[in-house]
Design a protein around this ligand. Structure first.
Ligand SMILES: [Mn+2]
Length: 311
């Protein structure tokens, strides 16, 4: 019996959901399947929440950074596309795909894979369910990463995508964290992310910037208590948006900020055309500083369908 080396990996520069899934799933599979070797590999730089938890709980083992090993097979987590994945992956050798987005073509892209794409708030919820089904004790490191990932991907449980399965996973995992006040580390994680955004405003805005139909640019930030930050930093934000418009030759541009503490969005727009479209489609009214507020939390992917009729 040949022992296969199997890479478990999320997309490049993964968020906490991807990192948590790779880490916890490798741990599980290495216990239940001693015939193969499972390696959780992270390519690129993990995002701020993942960096925070890995450092806080001193998680060094069980995770390799940019491994250049000859892998026999691959499992991809929190992803179902080949776009954005590490180059090392050969699609025909992907044996499993675990993800949670609504639209995907995983069956066509990974013809030899077992595919599990289900509409839950975090892929970490799907990995939690596998750990629970295996009836193994969940290690505190896995519990912290998975719980953090569920909070992060559901925007602190304020997003529409939250399912009862995410809520169940949360309640269950809290016990395995063995923290006196389990919510403290979640708050610390979100505060760290907000601090990171404040100190790296241009980088975070340009890193998560998307262009639609070649003429609409939408930047997105997510964090705790960001309304205050937007009010203080609005001049800098507008300059960043101006730069983006020029570089990409855009007709419309705006920034949407998901405030996951209070559960609403703040918008920043720099031109009248964009403000009018956001007013007609979402009823937003912008103040003299170019700032508007929504009373509900929307992600960029939920905002876009509202705009198409007006563009
Ligand atoms: Mn995810």
């Amino acid at each position: 019996m040949v022992m296969n080396k199997i890479l478990i990996t999320p997309k490049i520069n993964p968020d906490l959901d991807g990192v948590a899934c790779a880490y916890a799933y490798a741990q599980l599979l290495n216990i239940i399947d001693s015939q193969n070797q499972y390696i959780a590999g992270i390519y690129g730089e993990p995002q701020s929440e993942a960096r925070f938890l890995l450092a806080k709980y001193n998680i060094n083992e069980g995770l390799l950074f940019s491994p250049k090993i000859e892998f026999d097979k691959f499992i991809i987590v929190d992803a179902s596309d080949i776009k954005g994945m590490p180059e090392i992956i050969r699609p025909q050798d992907v044996i499993e795909v675990i993800d949670h987005r609504a639209v995907h073509q995983a069956e066509k892209l990974f013809v030899n894979a077992k595919i599990q794409v289900e509409p839950v708030g975090a892929a970490a919820t799907l990995i939690f369910e596998k750990l629970k089904a295996a009836k193994l004790a969940i290690k505190p490191e896995s519990a912290h990463l998975l719980l953090g990932a569920i909070f992060s991907n559901t925007l602190n449980f304020k997003s529409d995508i939250v399912s009862t399965r995410d809520v169940f996973a949360k309640e269950f995992l809290i016990k395995d964290c063995h923290e006196l006040i389990p919510m403290n580390f979640i708050n610390e994680m979100f505060s760290y992310k907000t601090e990171y955004i404040i100190n790296n405003l241009e980088k975070t805005i340009t890193d998560d910037f998307k262009i639609f139909d070649n003429h609409l640019g939408v930047a997105q930030l997510e964090g705790f208590n960001l309304e205050k930050v937007v009010n203080i930093k609005v001049k800098e934000i507008k300059e960043i948006l101006q730069k983006i418009v020029k570089t990409n030759n855009l007709e419309y541009v705006f920034l949407t900020v998901a405030d996951i503490k209070n559960g609403y969005n703040i918008f920043v727009a720099i031109d009248e055309k964009t403000k009018i479209i956001l007013n007609k489609s979402m009823g937003l009214s912008f103040n003299n500083n170019g700032i508007a507020k929504n009373n509900k939390l929307f992600l960029r992917k939920q905002i876009l369908p509202l705009l198409v009729d007006y563009l």
